[in-house]
Write a protein that binds this ligand. Structure first.
Ligand code: TYD
Length: 210
């Protein structure tokens, strides 16, 4: 079976995890054996870095330092999981990838160029996603879904950065989709059922595979 690499992206609260699970189930129903991963995480190194990066009590770090840590997690995931799975003919479904680093750490032209350079160095041509699904939601809606203003106990270090930050995250995703239209699909999610969104995504995987 030919393998394919599918990425689910979007702001906090957009429903990535639910959609990743639904896509995995749909691919399984087709007789495939997809590997479900998340970033940062899914390896020992990635989960360790996740704990450090998402700790809401940590200091603010330079965005380049954050980006290097996310890319360390990504490199390990490519080496341990994504590369071997694709080589063995499996599909990969991954929650978040380089567009997250652009949206969260690459919020100026200089930073975004630097993040794209890291992506070029770390991600081999054969390991590039077939499609990145950006689950698009207004920043205010995303912010409300994760509990609004700062101070919410469960907020991680990124969710607690406020509405203006989340607006820049959304702008970053939309800029990415304009820069790389061939391998992105922007899926508006507001007001749509999880099942409808899942159908849209699955249909695209079928179109893009053929
Ligand atoms: P996520 O697993 O989506 O968090 P949750 O399970 O709480 O929805 O993502 C973890 C956080 O890491 C998220 O706020 C976005 C951030 N992040 C970056 O800032 N840069 C990156 O490159 C990645 C992969 C994630």
């Amino acid at each position: 079976m030919t393998s394919a690499f599918w990425v689910l992206e979007g702001m906090d609260g957009c429903g990535k995890t639910t959609q990743a699970k639904l896509l995995v189930a749909a691919l399984q129903a087709e007789g495939r054996h997809p590997l479900h991963l998340r970033e940062p995480g899914s390896t020992e190194l990635g989960e360790g870095l996740r704990t450090m990066l998402l700790d809401k009590k940590r200091q603010d770090w330079d965005p380049r330092s954050e980006a290097l840590l996310f890319f360390a997690a990504r490199n390990q995931l490519l080496h341990e999981a994504i590369g071997p799975a694709l080589d063995s003919g499996r599909d990969v479904v991954c929650e978040r990838f380089t567009p997250s680093t652009l949206a969260y750490q690459g919020q100026t032209p200089a930073l975004s160029a630097w993040v794209l350079e890291l992506d070029r160095l770390v991600v081999a041509p054969a390991q590039r996603p077939n499609c990145i699904f950006i689950l698009d939601l207004a920043a205010a809606e995303s912010f409300a879904r994760v509990g609004g203003e700062t101070g919410v106990e469960e907020h991680d270090s990124f969710e607690s950065r406020g509405l203006a930050f989340q607006q820049r995250v959304r702008d970053g995703y939309l800029a990415y989709s304009h820069a790389f239209p061939h391998n992105t699909e922007v899926i508006p999610v507001a007001g749509k059922s999880m099942a409808t969104i899942a159908e849209d995504i699955f249909r695209q995987t079928q179109l893009r595979r053929s």
